[in-house]
Design a protein around this ligand. Structure first.
Ligand SMILES: *[C@@H]1O[C@H](CO)[C@@H](O)[C@H](O)[C@H]1NC(C)=O
Length: 308
């Protein structure tokens, strides 16, 4: 009876032991499964299926039995990384942020994550994940509407309207300048016509003093002959000494142009009087664009003076 009890106890103990061992075995298996949490890979060289190395690590040497752990090594800080569990024999190289592409480091490379680059200040890139280079933000002439940021260029304020206004203003100014210049030119030209006699001396004053009063009476026939009817008409009309009626009367009273010329001249001289008559005659000739006759008149007076 006693031995039966003993066997029962033994068997019970054994069951307990077996149960415990079973649990232990289960635990080991579970642990193994846990270590292969990230799945397995088949090693290229050995052809054995190993657990993957976790993030940040690479396979330095593969496992020797199926489901085993390979020897995993950490990637080199700042040089290489692995951002996923893997069966790779080398880590990926860290991304450089190209200074020449206007990029700088935003997040440093770690064994677990690649570098994150960003645009340098005042630069943008609107190509999203494709960005490999950044471009300088536009500067605005008429103020910023929307500021430049990492992903979009500056939007400028009312660029076109002031330009149109400026162009219109420039055109208006140009037209005004042309008008003013044209006006001044015409005005000067007009002035020049009046000023010509004093500016361009008709004769050499040393040779002959124009302003000196000369008694023209004796010269009138010769002067009339030299000038002709039309010139004398122009000059007398210019001096406003004779009325239209007086001039018409002369034309009416004398049949030939020669006589009309002489009579007109004589009448004019009579009305004008000796004082300043000679210079008035010469000046009026010049003013009515009869330079040659003006010179001829002066020549007549000059010759007479010299012979006197
Ligand atoms: C950049 O600006 C645009 C509008 O110009 C806006 O839509 C976008 O959200 C901004 N991005 C950042 C990162 O601020």
């Amino acid at each position: 009876m006693k031995t039966t009890g003993l066997y029962a106890l033994l068997c019970f103990s054994l069951s307990i032991f077996c149960l415990a061992e079973g649990v232990k075995l289960k635990d080991v298996l579970r642990k193994r499964r846990q270590s292969c949490e990230s799945g397995t890979y088949r090693d290229e060289k050995t052809g054995v299926e190993c657990c993957r190395c976790p993030r940040g690590y690479y396979v330095q040497s593969p496992c020797t039995r199926a489901g085993g752990d390979p020897k995993c090594e950490l990637c080199t800080e700042g040089m290489s990384f692995m951002d996923d569990p893997n069966g790779k024999a080398t880590c990926e190289l860290c991304l450089p942020c190209e200074e020449s592409a206007n990029r700088e480091v935003y997040k440093k490379c770690t064994p677990f994550t690649n570098t994150v680059c960003r645009c340098k200040d005042g630069h943008y890139c609107d190509k999203g994940d494709e960005c490999t280079a950044c471009y300088a933000c536009d500067t605005c002439e008429f103020g910023v509407k929307v500021a430049c940021n990492e992903t979009s260029n500056t939007v400028c304020e009312g660029k076109t309207e002031p330009n149109v206004a400026a162009i219109v203003a420039a055109i208006v100014v140009c037209i005004a300048i042309v008008c003013i210049c044209g006006g001044i030119f015409l005005w000067k030209k007009e002035k020049l016509c009046f000023r010509r006699p004093p500016e361009e001396k008709p004769i050499n004053p040393e040779e002959f003093p124009l302003l000196k009063d000369v008694n023209l009476t004796g010269f009138l026939p010769e002067i009339a002959q030299k000038l002709g009817l039309q010139v004398v008409k122009d000059v007398t009309r210019r001096s406003q000494m004779l009325t239209d009626v007086e001039m018409e009367n002369v034309e009416h009273d004398y049949p030939t142009a020669e006589e009309q010329t002489y009579q007109l001249l004589r009448l004019w001289y009579q009305k004008h009087g000796l004082k300043g008559a000679y210079s008035t005659l010469v000046n009026n000739l010049i003013r009515t664009d009869h330079r040659l006759p003006a010179d001829q008149v002066q020549q007549i007076i000059k010759e007479r003076n010299q012979s006197a």
